[in-house]
Write a protein that binds this ligand. Structure first.
Ligand code: GLC
Ligand code: GLC
Length: 828
């Protein structure tokens, strides 16, 4: 069953009924000011950091679902009937409803009581504010007298404190209500009125929020209790019911922002009303105006508010946003025989990569925005799918991440986006972490050709004076693994490797203890085959980097290290038909036929074959056939089998989940693309594409009632075959799945991938595909690529501007050449 459809030409997903299985959300903003918005206008906004600069409140895990948002109420003053044009929170019957999610904007249109309303929400580029453009049309054949009420609930900035520290917070809320124009007369009078939220501004904050409306107000409210009425919810505010605001000014308790506007519309008449919600900072010595008062200095914010309350400026900002996305998405556009591939590559997957790059794992409908900082491992992977869009931002991110690296080459597992410092609470010891930096830097250099990044002086642990070249950071990353080898000479796992829940040194028997930060064993035994595979992959990238860096000693060193590690994997990490996963603290293998549960895991099969292991001796195919036999399901590939039926003290969190969920044999979508890539390494395009299709959200749209999450973005997990709800997705949006699927489809199946020496074109296509076309903007050159199949196999020959070239890497064109035509022919 579907709850909407893709409008590919508009680059939108159109939701056609409000009661989707879960709120289907979108993101506003792509720079500093961000919002989450659901298909019924739920969600919240924040500036840079979802925890520390939260503008509006949202109630996670609430009943009803999705409470708190950007709400409007329409009231027919003739009979007192009122409704929410976005369905929530009143949930009345709407005669028409449609929600269009696009890149950085959402438009919710509905009709009720003969009044059509369309609200467009977006964040202009370069601004720290959001615009709600509401267009009301009277489709009745008589005149109408309406009231329009807006409503948001302010958060007292620190979202965690806001949700817990009530004894203080109920007393600190402060607002200011003031005319916009200097000569305005405030509420009820001429001129426009702005609601300012300034809790804690009187002391150490120099930022505030504002909420403005383009119309003269009939009234306003800032006290939640007075707006809603005692013991009432957002679905039946007393003020809306009565049709009149009470002009309240909040002191403590729960400050809100609500405007009341009267709208008289003749039959057929249309009117646009704009709301602007924003964030603003003043310099510390110009906080107040007059200086000796406690009043906000509004001098610098007023022109901004005034500007965006005007439709022409709002429209222009919207057009700029659309153009910006046309430019970003234009970096790679494809026409293939498969519509799901086309729309994921051309629109949604790329878009999701931007969102994961911006948000890391902080704010979604499954991540509360207060819990997690930016992951060292996660951010390096996120940039694999993002780097082609804005390489400069990827560069900046790499330098930020690298500056949190420990001197011993290790990494803080997370860092805080506001301070850009490592998070001490979680600490380090996730032994795979530093290796991802090598992959991230390699991806950046291949995309940008900017080798200068290696010479950047970057601190360790953000300590002044500790700087070294970024190049040395990479060396230390690799050395970190070599310094931590276990009894089998495989890398020690530490707290965990990529699988945060495989906690082989934790041994926790205390409820509530964190599996990630508790370590009860000294960690000198448990080893990871996954890290071994990742290490070999990272060594290959490092060899490529070092070669260009004219450091032959390093090239030799990492090649030797990779070869030794490979030998170790064959000695201790191979289990006849597949790669083992790890060795536990007792020195027993995991992911082996010797185990009764957890006999085979997906991660080492993917990563080891990606690193080329077993391609020559046939073991790669064996391992992948084992994946197909033991792990593949129609909904994707599960993480391991058999699922753990009980809690194992020596395995940790992985066995804490009920079978089929999350890391305990769920379909953890993040690692499925590793197997897709591995299948292309052994040149099996049909298998690679088949796996791609199984978890592709667009291809799952028809089963939305089962899948439950948004059909336009990947979710972290789909319940595995041991689960009662096999096929049900959870944790959409913020997952490494986005970047890795983008890499798998674009760079390995379609085969268009940046290399150190130019753009490589080397597709491994499904046998049923005769051709596809692509345009790739790469280092300032437009590559027009057409691929044709002339035979059954995978052999690729290239013609570049009508001349055949050797191999599959297109050398850089001469200066001044802006377009290159590439013809690829596939034969057996
Ligand atoms: C989550 C984490 C990621 C980890 C994965 C597997 O997606 O963000 O860092 O690798 O889970 O545990
Ligand atoms: C991890 C991952 C998740 C895991 C959780 C455990 O980092 O996000 O998959 O279940 O944290 O706390």
């Amino acid at each position: 069953m579907k709850f909407g459809y893709f409008d590919d030409s508009a680059r939108e997903y159109v939701i056609t009924r409000p009661d989707t299985p879960l709120p289907w959300i979108n993101y506003l903003g792509c720079e500093a000011y961000f919002g989450l918005i659901s298909n019924t206008a739920g969600g919240y906004s924040f500036y840079k950091d979802a925890r520390l600069r939260r503008l509006t409140r949202y109630r996670y895990n609430n009943a009803p679902l999705d409470m708190g948002g950007r709400y409007l109420y329409l009231r027919d003053n003739a009979n007192g009937k009122y409704w929410s044009p976005t369905w929530m929170p009143t949930r009345g019957t709407l005669d028409e409803y449609e929600c269009r999610h696009g890149q950085g904007y959402t438009i919710i249109t509905s009709k009720s009581n003969g009044i059509k309303s369309s609200i467009r929400y977006f964040v202009p580029l370069g601004e720290s504010l959001e615009i709600w453009q509401a267009t009301l049309t009277n489709e009745r054949d008589s005149d109408t007298d309406l009231s329009l009420f807006s409503a948001i609930e302010f958060c007292l900035w620190d979202a965690n404190d806001d949700a817990t520290n009530f004894q203080r917070n109920y007393s600190i809320g402060q607002v200011e209500i003031a005319p916009l124009a200097p000569n305005g007369r405030g509420a009820g009078g001429e001129g426009l009125t702005v609601i300012y939220h300034k809790t804690e501004y009187r002391e150490r904050r120099d930022h505030f929020a504002y909420f403005a409306c383009s119309e003269q107000l009939t009234g306003f409210d800032t006290i939640r209790e007075d707006f809603l009425g005692a013991y009432r919810g957002w679905h039946e505010p007393q003020v809306v019911e009565r049709g009149q605001s009470v002009n309240t000014e909040a002191h403590g308790w729960q400050p809100i922002g609500s405007h009341h506007v009267k709208v008289q519309l003749k039959a057929g008449e249309q009117k646009q009303i704009i709301f602007v919600l924003g964030y603003h900072e003043n310099s510390k010595d110009e906080k107040f105006d007059p200086p000796d008062s406690q009043l906000l200095n509004k001098k610098t914010v007023k022109p901004i508010i005034e500007k965006y309350l005007k439709p022409e400026h709002a429209d222009k900002a919207f057009d700029e946003l659309r153009d910006y996305w046309t430019m970003l998405l234009g970096k790679l556009q494809v026409i293939t025989p498969d519509e799901h591939t086309n729309r994921m590559v051309n629109i949604w997957n790329a878009y999701q990569c931007m969102v994961t790059f911006n948000m890391s794992r902080s704010a979604s409908y499954f991540e509360s925005g207060i819990g997690r900082g930016m992951g060292f491992r996660d951010s390096n992977q996120d940039l694999l799918g993002f780097v082609h869009m804005i390489p400069e931002r990827a560069r900046e991110r790499i330098l930020d991440i690298a500056a949190t690296q420990l001197k011993n080459g290790g990494a803080f597992h997370q860092y805080q986006p506001l301070t850009k410092r490592g998070n001490n609470d979680i600490g380090s010891g996730f032994n795979d972490d530093p290796l991802w930096l090598v992959l991230g830097v390699a991806a950046y250099i291949k995309e940008s050709g900017d080798w200068s990044i290696l010479d950047e002086q970057v601190q360790y642990e953000n300590e002044q004076g500790s700087e070294s070249q970024l190049y040395e950071h990479l060396q230390r990353s690799l050395q970190y693994t070599l310094d931590r080898l276990g009894p089998n000479k495989l890398p020690l796992i530490g707290r965990a490797d990529w699988n945060d829940c495989l906690n082989l040194n934790c041994f926790s028997d205390t409820p509530g203890q964190s599996f990630q930060t508790t370590t009860n064993k000294d960690g000198k035994v448990a080893e990871s085959v996954f890290i071994a595979g990742l290490f070999i992959l990272a060594c290959q990238e490092m060899a490529g980097i070092a070669e260009h860096y004219h450091d032959q000693a390093e090239v030799n060193k990492v090649r030797k290290a990779a070869a030794d590690m490979e030998e170790t994997v064959w000695e201790a990490g191979w289990d006849d038909d597949w790669f083992r996963r790890a060795y536990d603290d007792y020195g027993h293998p995991l992911g082996s036929k010797e185990n009764t549960e957890g006999k085979i895991f997906i991660e080492p099969q993917g990563i080891c074959v990606m690193a080329g292991l077993g391609v020559e001796n046939g073991n790669a195919v064996k391992a992948l056939d084992s994946v197909a036999e033991h792990l593949a399901t129609p909904h994707g590939i599960v993480l391991q089998q058999p699922a753990f039926s009980k809690y194992y003290l020596h395995l940790g969190e992985i066995s804490s989940y009920p079978p089929g969920y999350k890391e305990n044999a769920g379909i953890f979508c993040h690692n499925n693309p590793w197997v897709m890539i591995a299948e292309t390494v052994v040149r099996r395009g049909d298998k690679a594409f088949d796996y791609f299709k199984r978890i592709n959200p667009s291809a799952r749209e028809e089963i939305s009632e089962l899948h439950k999450c948004e059909p336009y973005v990947y979710a972290q997990m789909i319940a595995g075959k041991d689960a009662a709800t096999h096929g049900e997705a959870k944790n959409s949006w913020l997952t490494g799945t986005a970047a890795w699927n983008y890499v798998a489809i674009t760079q390995y199946i379609l085969g268009i991938r940046p290399a150190f020496d130019g753009l490589e074109v080397k597709p491994v296509l499904p046998s049923g595909w005769d051709s596809f076309e692509a345009v790739r903007n790469f280092q300032g050159v437009r590559y027009e690529i057409s691929v044709k199949r002339e035979g059954a196999g995978n052999k690729v020959t290239l013609e570049v501007d009508d001349r055949s070239i050797e191999g599959t890497v297109i050398p850089r064109p001469k200066d001044g050449i802006k377009t290159v035509k590439v013809k690829a022919v596939i034969r057996s």
